[in-house]
Design a protein around this ligand. Structure first.
Ligand code: KG4
Ligand code: ZN
Length: 347
């Protein structure tokens, strides 16, 4: 079929989302609607996502999201060609809610069901937004993930390396918590860092002595805690400037480590594919302006094109799931009613 229209569902973490994506022939794909219900307030009192609360909220919100996404696209369920759903990896209760909802819709309409890997959704986003050709390099940086991938096809990924402990977003969130800044930590730390001196505190640059593309961020949190405690012991508290300097030092360390590891990942990628030269980024941390600027610089050093999808499609959303489902469906991929939710599912 020339034109494909898919409904996508996403519920693997703390966002409930539904979206409609269409692609006609070789034309670029279009996001006809994308609805996201965040759960930040539900979890804010607990200092992190509570899986049971998330699962319940997903179950309650999915129907509304689907209705709103169809209405915003001015389409009906019968106008869809298939239903795509995140089948993992993620918090299992939420993933089950999404898979059950998608199965119900598929059973009621007879539409094909397409299970999608959440990470593939992020990794294929530059194709949805910028029609980037395969193979391209992807830095996936979010609250739960951090990895370098050569994306060769809708179902073909080569992992060059990734974090051996925390994801960068998690490190930003913990930093915010340690400094009494609001969650999610990324935006608050970035804001503080704007008025800080990144050189005042000497943060480590973990794993730069190793030649591979693996990263580590948990040491930065430990270093931050030590520096914070030292300042507090000396002065009895933290000033606004201390906080800003700590944030700036932390953020610079994350950006430096990512810069050097990205250079290495690009070297591997260019060996494999010297012609396409496209470096992309996705995940919530891609919102960070210092990290974006750094990636742009690193790409210009080697004359590679840098593609960063708009923010709303970098963070968790269902348009990326609908699109990854569309690519999978187009190449013959489909699931039956035995589709299962997978808490772990490496690419
Ligand atoms: O992709 P995402 O919405 O959810 C998943 O983790 O899958 O990413 C959320 C993460 C959070 O840890 C948040 O603190 C981080 O992305 N983040 C940022 C920024 N905006 C969001 N980290 C650094 N700088 C930002 N401006
Ligand atoms: Zn995600």
């Amino acid at each position: 079929k020339q034109s494909l229209t898919l409904l996508g569902l996403e519920s693997s973490c703390d966002d409930t989302a539904a979206a409609v994506v269409r692609q006609s022939g070789q034309a670029p794909a279009e996001v006809l609607s994308s609805v996201v219900f965040g759960q930040t307030e539900l979890h804010s009192a607990f200092g992190g996502v509570v899986p049971e609360i998330a699962a319940r909220a997903h179950a309650e919100k999915l129907d509304h999201c689907v209705r709103d996404a169809l209405a915003a696209a001015n389409l009906r369920l019968q106008d869809m060609d298939a239903i795509a759903v995140t089948a993992g990896p993620g918090l299992i209760g939420g993933v089950i809610s999404g898979v059950m909802c998608a199965k119900g819709l598929a059973a009621a309409t007879g539409l094909p069901l397409v299970g999608v890997n959440h990470l593939a959704g992020h990794a294929l986003t530059p194709r949805l937004t910028d029609a980037v050709p395969y193979p391209y390099l992807m830095l996936l940086v979010s609250g739960g993930h951090c990895q370098y991938l050569i994306v060769r096809g809708p179902d073909e990924f080569k992992r060059l390396g990734g974090t051996i402990d925390d994801a960068p977003g998690e490190a930003f969130d913990k930093t915010a918590r340690l400094l009494g800044l609001p969650q999610p930590g990324g935006p608050s730390v970035q804001k503080e860092a704007e008025s800080g001196d990144p050189r005042r505190f000497r943060f480590p640059r973990p794993l730069l002595d190793r030649p591979d593309c693996n990263l580590s961020f948990s040491g930065l949190k430990t270093a931050l805690m030590r520096m914070r405690d030292q300042v507090m012991a000396e002065k009895g508290g933290l000033t606004r400037q201390d906080r800003a300097d700590l944030c700036a030092g932390f953020q610079a360390a994350v950006a430096d480590v990512l810069a050097e590891k990205t250079r290495r990942a690009i070297r591997h990628y260019l060996e494999e594919a010297p012609a396409t030269r496209t470096v992309t980024v996705a995940g919530g941390v891609a919102a960070n302006t210092a990290i974006r600027a750094m990636l742009e610089t690193v790409c210009s050093e080697v004359d590679a094109q840098f593609v960063a999808p708009p923010l709303a499609l970098c963070t968790d959303n269902a348009a990326m799931i609908a699109y990854a489902g569309l690519e999978r469906f187009r190449s013959g991929g489909q699931d039956g009613m035995d589709l299962t939710a997978r808490p772990r599912w490496p690419l």
